[in-house]
Design a protein around this ligand. Sequence first.
Ligand code: NAD
Length: 474
Amino acid sequence: MGYETELKLFIDGAWRAGEGDIAPVINPANGETIAELSLASTGDLDQALEAAHRAWPAWRELDVEKRAGILHKAADLLRERSEAIGRLLTQEQGKPLTEAIGEVLGSAQMFDYFAEEAKRGGGRVLVRPTGQRSIVIPQPVGPTATFTPWNFPIYLLAKKVAAALAAGCTVISKPPEETPGCTGALAKALDDAGIPKGVFQLVHGVPDTVSRHLIGSPVIRKISFTGSTPVGKHLMKLAADGMKRITMELGGHAPVLVFDDCDLDKTLDMLVPQKFRNAGQVCVSPTRFYVQEGIYDAFARGFAERTAKVKIGNGLDADTRMGPLANGRRVPAITDLVEDAKARGARVLAGGEAGEAGFFFQPTVLADVPNEAQAMNVEPFGPVALMRSFASEDEALHEANRLPFGLAAFVFTENGRRANRLGDAIESGMVGINNFAISVADAPFGGIKESGFGSEGGVEGLASYQVTKAIHQA
Ligand code: NAD
């Protein structure tokens, strides 16, 4: 099946081309242009704002069972179409097809989860003298603007949209311009599921123009962004002018603390595929591996041996385990980080080079990487594992908490007391202990420190699209 999709904007219940400039859509596996996308003009954005404003009262008042029914139907359609949508995603973004299909199925789960969670979101009744009532109720915050990136273009969009719609908000989403086919397919599923006109709009455009226009509009009451910390800070400043509520899911630099009491082979068998999943372009990707000194050499050797076997190629090929990077600008960015680490004394145990065609970079393992290396301080967001050894638990904890980021962290140990201590002491929004399953529909996902604030997923994810009202009756 070739690349085929509408590549249009979805505004006020209708599909149409944007009135702005044209942007190419590129297949990162070969660098070829596969489609052209017409971007939104400010006039298109005004129509989206007007539609979201107009549709909100009826959507918030709609029986929650009916809202949930539409979201469940969208989930069913995503599951039915998962293979076709997965192919669009692989062609636009590069990840192996099995990962792409998994992403679509995970997105369907988000719609199912929030459809049900919305029904449970009650408030509370306060203790008052007989005849008086004080109640606290959650209400939808209102028209919401979402901005999502290219690494998980469907899943990250679904996380925001499913929660916001379930809460009773209308939504304008700006997904990444790199992947309009697969995000358009998500909008198509909502359209086919019967989402009322104006409740959900999908707009592509020049990111800075779209975010300034939407965040600057009095219609928008809430902003939810996933992306890099610098862009998050910029959007927060824009939101401050209108005192708008925000959720910021930003960059990370996940430490992995590996203790000598872990099951080494089992740990390596888990770690290596996780490191190279989506070519490392994952905000919670395991990145800084701190390994206890007694097992450091065996760990590094085992990691490098497994890495050398990771088959890279076009994500549509059945045996591919790692695809290209999602866009051309990531290749020089990763090359610079690897060269800098080498110049500072890091040893290359595997990979280390860019590919020839497409946006490929070899799965790379760097050992003895000094803390001064840039890669140990800025988010690599690529297929690079960085390793160093540690002597004591205190030293490992100090390294884990060294950076201003605090999104995810991982610990591998069979010592239960140590697991408890580190689970408490590591500064991050999520800690995985002998486990990588930290992004699930029913649990909060989000960072602290410069990794942002606010949670997606779980009851917290629904609450992020609600405001609280207290009603006192004498
Ligand atoms: P970038 O910072 O330019 O963009 C990151 C995302 O933000 C993209 O989706 C982009 O479309 C969007 N964006 C950029 N400027 C915007 C604006 N003014 N208004 C609204 N949206 C805007 O960087 P990039 O080259 O796309 O990626 C580089 C870095 O971004 C990575 O190294 C990584 O650190 C981070 N990133 C993080 C995530 C995540 O899941 N947290 C996802 C993608 C990228």
